[in-house]
Design a protein around this ligand. Sequence first.
Ligand code: ZN
Length: 382
Amino acid sequence: MTYGTDGELAMEKGFESVFPIDGVPPSSASIHLRCFKHLKWDMLAELKRLEQPKGKQNYIVRRILGGEFQGKRLKGLVDVEDGEFDKEWANIQKELPPAFSEWMKSTKGRIRSHMETICKCMLKSVRIHAGLGNPPNKFNNQRSKSTNNVVKEEAMRKETDQIHIHELIEERVVEDQRDELIKAIGCMGKYRLAEDFKGKAVSPSKWSQMTTEQRKEYTKKVLHMKQQNLGPRAQFACDVDFMSVPVSKCDLEDLPSAVVKDIWAQANIILEKYNVIQLENATFCVTEFDQSYTVKQTALTLYRCCCKLFMSTDGLCQHVVSVAEKMKALLEFLTHYREKKNKASRVMFQKVPIDAGEKPSSTRRINFSSFHFSWEDMNSIN
Ligand SMILES: [Zn+2]
């Protein structure tokens, strides 16, 4: 279990009595991360109380918590390797007002001294182990979506009962986090599954091709959840069709529906995971996996791409669709595309003898085999 607190004594005691930490991982079963910002504010307040000049206050905080200067990360005590901690602390202590040094070592009104907290809850190795990357990010629980903020935002200035608070937390915090977790299973959204659970992740292209029902089943399996626990909103979270015109309403009957579905799925992934950048001269750069495609705007709401799929569909691929969506012109683009296509097929029909058999458009077969997967693959996980 990894959890973070702002250093409030009751919270720290409560958590640690249920999920004890025993120092630096990997020996510890649980990790308690301590908020950088709250400790920074505490330290600044103490330094101010000790009448230290402002420049010195900031310098000391930077020596301990690290900082940033001209876009570069300056290492602090929290960034040293485990074995170097005592040496670095001895170095820093030489520059500290003795009273501040004592304050850092004091356990008065705390679960442990700030020094020990830095060692057990903030040090580089602890944060790496908690999954904050390497080099690890600082941990802060001052995010705007924190429980505290959600409750304050919703309930402040109003008289509120406990039931309402519980509902609020369920809806705005618990369900919100679960939605992010569901997205992470499909490698979407802003989080990814931790190293130990990577095997349960589904690639974005597979994820987008699964039906909502399949995603739901898979999610329940991964999260070991029963049907009733998933809740009505989770269903929505599984549905990753972010496009303003859903694939069911795009009205592109000329093209095989599997191809259209693929294009929408891939455009979804581009918009969610990769990038569409507007360059000069009505040109866009669309990144997909490790490739980039150039899309040119040829009319107000019409685009041209350099990829093979675009050629074979006479103007439709995930790249132009994501650009149109990004420019908030997907509906207009589709109308324009259909008109152009209708005109073209009328011309073609006029040239085709009446007994020529199938419609010209049905002779075009697009190979999209690289994105196929079987539902059995999904079920093979335990
Ligand atoms: Zn393309």
